[in-house]
Design a binder for this molecule. Structure first.
Ligand SMILES: NC(=O)c1ccc[n+]([C@@H]2O[C@H](COP(=O)([O-])OP(=O)(O)OC[C@H]3O[C@@H](n4cnc5c(N)ncnc54)[C@H](O)[C@@H]3O)[C@@H](O)[C@H]2O)c1
Length: 466
């Protein structure tokens, strides 16, 4: 089959390369001339494991090409739209201007029976608007608009694309469904469930799924807060919950709050859609609010670890991208964390295996370093903000030897308290008992209450509000 992919970002590039790998002929089109020139030279503009090889193989076999213009789009069996749908400035609705301008640009060039497929995440009803634009531009044509939301995760995008839990096809048109079945035939043969639903249903499935996952994360984060006050261990609570098949263990990892290119903007966009339809989604509203507060509040943990004040102190932050194996900085929890640390007067040294170039634009005041150990030099605390594999097995003796004080704040719970104690680190994690907690549980009751309220205990200064 011939496929045109409009937009060669995370989703467009991965989807295009995977479709080519299935044996289809794919042209990825992007307005960003620099990106297309780089791709033609074999340079991959994003960090995604396995993508460089996949692109190179399929370019060499002439199934994958890149262009700034939609060449040959009139011969495409399916035209996918994978442009961005960021939050609209000012009101938080999904900004659909990239979608609509892409549709207006391609409308005159499409075959009269084209199947136009929205892969971007778009609010329910967007497909109807796309159809209207196409009909106005080409009243003589019989085109079909399909919704085919994408569920891949950055960092594991190729695996996810090739092993989806389900493929959602939103269309009422039989011919369009047949084209989609052909596009996904290799996955269908692998028994990936294909869900044929209405277009509006498909559009809503994507938002509902993301909002639910964001809810799971926020739920366990609040349970983690309760664990910290009660001496329970959130990792064990999550395991105890997750082994129940009705719940499942995924997305039950306590941490600094969800971020990334999708969950925050999609939760907000869903709320806007719901309000427009007079259906307030109170659970999602709360999830968004709780998560917003949490990210900046993580700086408070660092303050606690440094006995109440971080002004003038050096803090090393390990991991800047919103999750491991990506260089994506969009809405990364490291941004509000580091901004709060700066606001409180700290000097921040940072290291990330892939995202430092992307981070520089948003966090210009960070001192960027070449390794975790270089970042830790002279630091009074190391904060693990993203659980990159290489941070899971740090040489703790080496780390301690370069630091000004042996303090680790582990916002991803990747170490064990005993291990840190053995290595002579003061260790704070999320929702898990620490050495401090054990000491605190032996305090007289009056002092325990003061400690729980963040008041001065035993001469310690109360932490400032963040
Ligand atoms: N990133 C993810 O993990 C992920 C996962 C699932 C769904 N999505 C959704 O997929 C969509 C794309 O996300 P992304 O992360 O790939 O975005 P992105 O910003 O990485 O890529 C979008 C690309 O589209 C290009 N573009 C914009 N207008 C264009 C036009 N008129 N013609 C050609 N190219 C154009 C941009 O130059 C950019 O390269 C969004 O709706 C997003 O919510 C993203």
């Amino acid at each position: 089959m011939r496929i045109t992919m409009i937009g060669a970002g995370y989703v467009g590039l991965v989807s295009g390369a995977c479709f080519a790998d299935f044996g289809h002929h794919v042209t990825c089109v992007d307005k960003d001339a620099g990106r297309i020139a780089a791709l033609r030279r074999g340079e991959i503009p994003i960090f995604e494991p396995g993508l460089a090889d996949l692109v190179a193989t399929n370019m060499a076999q002439e199934r994958l090409s890149f262009s700034t213009t939609p060449d040959g789009i009139d011969e495409a069996d399916a035209v996918f739209i994978a442009v961005g749908t960021p939050s609209r400035r000012g009101d938080g609705h999904a900004d659909l201007s990239y979608i609509y301008s892409a549709v207006r640009e391609i409308a005159p060039l499409l075959s009269p029976t084209a199947v136009v497929v929205t892969k971007s995440t778009v609010p329910v009803g967007t497909g109807d608007e796309i159809e209207r634009i196409l009909r106005d531009a080409r009243p003589e044509a019989d085109m079909h608009v399909v919704s085919n939301p994408e569920f891949l995760r950055e960092g594991a995008a190729i695996y996810d694309f090739k092993h989806p839990d389900r493929i959602v096809i939103g269309s009422d048109n039989e011919a369009a469904r047949e084209v989609m079945a052909e596009v996904y035939r290799p996955l269908y043969l692998n028994a990936a469930p294909m869900l044929n639903v209405s277009r509006r249903t498909a559009e809503l499935i994507k938002y509902a799924a993301n909002a639910f996952l964001a809810t799971k994360i926020t739920f366990i984060n609040e349970i983690a807060d309760l664990c910290e006050r009660t001496g329970a261990d959130v990792n064990d609570v999550a395991r105890g919950m997750g082994l129940d098949n009705r719940i499942g263990g995924k997305f039950l990892h306590a941490g600094p709050g969800f971020g990334g290119s999708c969950f925050p903007k999609d939760a907000t966009a869903l709320l806007k859609t719901a309000h427009d339809h007079g259906v307030p989604l109170r659970i999602v509203e709360t999830v968004a609010a709780v998560n917003d507060q949490r990210k900046r509040a993580m700086a408070r943990k660092v303050v606690t670890a440094l006995d109440g004040s971080i002004r003038g102190k050096t803090v090393a932050v390990l991991g800047l991208s919103f999750k491991p194996n990506t260089d994506d900085m969009r809405d990364s929890p490291s941004i509000p964390l580091i901004t709060a640390l700066h606001d409180l007067g700290a000097v921040v040294r940072g290291y990330d295996p892939a995202a430092m170039e992307a981070a520089k634009a948003q966090l210009p005041d960070v001192i960027y370093c070449g390794s975790a150990y270089e970042a830790a030099e002279g630091a009074e605390a190391v904060v693990i903000a993203t659980e990159w594999e290489q941070f899971r097995a740090l040489d703790l003796d080496r780390l301690r030897s370069v630091m000004a004080a042996p303090v680790i704040v582990d916002l991803r719970n990747i170490y064990r308290a005993e291990e840190m104690k053995r290595a002579n680190f003061r260790y704070l994690a999320v929702g898990r008992p620490t050495a401090e907690r054990q000491v605190e549980s032996r305090l007289p009751r009056r002092r325990k209450i003061a400690a729980a309220n963040g008041k001065a205990v035993g001469g310690k200064v109360a932490e400032p509000a963040v």
